[in-house]
Design a protein around this ligand. Structure first.
Ligand SMILES: Cc1cc2nc3c(=O)[nH]c(=O)nc-3n(C[C@H](O)[C@H](O)[C@H](O)COP(=O)(O)OP(=O)(O)OC[C@H]3O[C@@H](n4cnc5c(N)ncnc54)[C@H](O)[C@@H]3O)c2cc1C
Length: 460
């Protein structure tokens, strides 16, 4: 088989590229997907009890007109809109997100810890050499100890001292002593910060529904269940796991960049092999805990979307009340008086720095839900579904060596006609969400056909 364009992966990036190639009138391309389904990390699954689960709670928010239009075209009326209601569990309190803007919800001694860390002369002057130091310079020891240091270790599964702070941008709300004091004294909450303060969600099928619908009209171009095993860049051919050979004009990889270099490229240059070793990632274990009856929060229906957990009374760093995202995420959504069941989507990260015994994680997750007050002991008997998934590649870590590695790898690959984009293809967390990923694919297709420069992904 011979194609102008070969795309590895039918996740958001690969589908973005394929959709745009087709929109621009290109017919001669193929998408090779090792799984039997589209969506990659943004896929969703229905379990045997009728609960729908994402691979970790996904919310759809976008920075791009193209992506918004596409979502409307694909989902039409089948999308629900939500306001973010996110919280952090610390010292027995629920603090509205962003933590640093809502310190007043903490017990008094903890409030003082946060304030005293921000007093003049208490914070190191910098410049910070890594993420650990950046937190100290910007937020001080109190907020660092209570939330940012333990939480970031829990989610990234790597000490923040080994991470760069260059990715932070719009991902972390910056706060001042004045802001914290105002919050405490005037009792004014600040909960609207950030790009994801409102989000959309498919009415049924989970986040994966977006990508099932995106893939459907492209099905003639997509081959499922046959991964790319080897790439001969010099001959511009690839070989699939089943042994098929495909010759391509240009190649878009959307699978993990380190695996592309280490396992798929034939005779990769030594400097690329060395650079690929510098890339770090964590894995994420996802536990879907389905409960026959929704526990109440402060005596009422729990309206919260998701919650962060920096402390060690539970293994997970985040729990999503997935039942609040769409009634169809739980069985019997049309129950008289509204759906009755609860779907807790719990995420725990793991790595060499933070090993987790996966054999006991479900049990520890359910116990943790009890410890943090989400699932009282009597309700634990009502757990009817325990759905487990684990992905080895969860978060591409913005480690200190990342940018140097990308500056070595990307130009070498481009010179061979190979572009590597998307969450793990591009390995840049700051442009690693679904909207960024789709747009990286779209912009790659526009570069191929229209010679337009890409904007979302750069490595310089
Ligand atoms: C826990 C978690 C929570 C998240 N939450 C959000 C959120 O709230 N909002 C948001 O916008 N984004 C979120 N994301 C990110 C979102 O999942 C990604 O942006 C998106 O899935 C990346 O798309 P991609 O196509 O680049 O990569 P992937 O989704 O990883 O897709 C790559 C595809 O390539 C295939 N592949 C890999 N290697 C090969 C091979 N050799 N041959 C053939 N096929 C191959 C894979 O099977 C996969 O289907 C979250 C991710 C995680 C892990």
């Amino acid at each position: 088989m011979q194609v102008d364009y070969a795309i590895i992966g039918a996740g958001p990036t690969g589908l973005g590229a394929a959709r745009r190639l087709a929109e621009l009138g290109c017919e001669n391309f193929v998408v090779l997907e090792k799984n039997a389904h589209p969506g990659g990390l943004a896929a969703s699954f229905k379990d045997a009890h009728g609960y729908t689960w994402d691979i970790g709670g996904h919310v759809v928010f976008s920075h791009y007109e193209y992506f918004d239009r596409m979502l409307d075209e694909l989902l039409g009326a089948d999308q629900l809109r939500h306001e973010r209601r996110a919280y952090i569990r610390a010292r027995g309190a629920w603090v509205p997100y962003p933590f640093q803007n809502n310190i007043r919800h903490l017990p008094r001694p903890a409030r003082w810890e946060c304030v005293s860390g921000l007093l003049p002369g208490r914070r190191p002057e910098g410049p910070p050499r890594n993420f650990q130091e950046w937190i100290a310079c910007v937020f001080g020891e109190g907020i660092g100890n209570l939330f940012l240091w333990p939480y970031n270790f829990k989610v990234w599964a790597i000490p923040p001292a080994l991470m760069s702070a260059s990715w932070v941008g719009e991902r972390v709300s910056i706060v001042s002593l004045e802001g914290v004091l105002k919050n405490i004294i005037l009792e004014l909450d600040e909960v609207g910060w950030g790009p994801n303060n409102a989000f959309a969600f498919p009415a049924f099928g989970g986040t994966g529904e977006i990508f099932r619908r995106m893939a459907a009209p492209l099905s003639g171009h997509i081959r499922y269940g046959d991964g790319v095993a080897q790439i001969d860049a010099a001959k511009k051919t690839l070989t699939t796991a089943s042994g098929e050979k495909i010759t391509f004009g240009a190649l878009l990889n959307t699978g993990p960049l380190d695996l592309l270099v280490r396992e798929q490229l034939l005779s990769p240059p030594d400097e690329c092999v060395e650079a690929a070793k510098l890339l770090k990632h964590n894995g994420v274990y996802v536990a879907g805990v389905g409960v026959a009856e929704r526990p109440l929060y402060e005596g009422e229906k729990d309206q919260r979307c998701w919650m962060y957990f920096p402390e060690d009374d539970c293994p997970f760093y985040r729990v999503t009340n997935f039942h609040n995202y769409a009634p169809a995420n739980v069985p019997d959504p049309d129950h008289e008086g509204g759906p009755q069941k609860a779907a807790f989507l719990c995420e725990t990260s793991f790595s060499g720095h933070k090993p987790e015994d996966r054999a006991t994680l479900m049990e520890r997750t359910v116990a943790g839900l009890g410890n943090v007050g989400l699932l009282p002991e009597q309700a634990q008997a009502r757990v009817e579904s325990r759905f487990e998934m684990s992905v080895e590649y969860g978060y591409p870590i913005p480690c200190l060596e990342r940018d140097q590695a990308l500056r070595t790898l990307q130009p070498r690959l481009e010179a061979e006609g190979i572009s590597s984009r998307g969450r793990f293809g591009g390995w840049k967390y700051e442009v690693g969400n679904m909207d960024h990923s789709v747009m990286q694919g779209v912009e790659w297709a526009e570069r191929m056909l229209l010679k337009q420069p890409e904007k979302t992904y750069t490595w310089k």
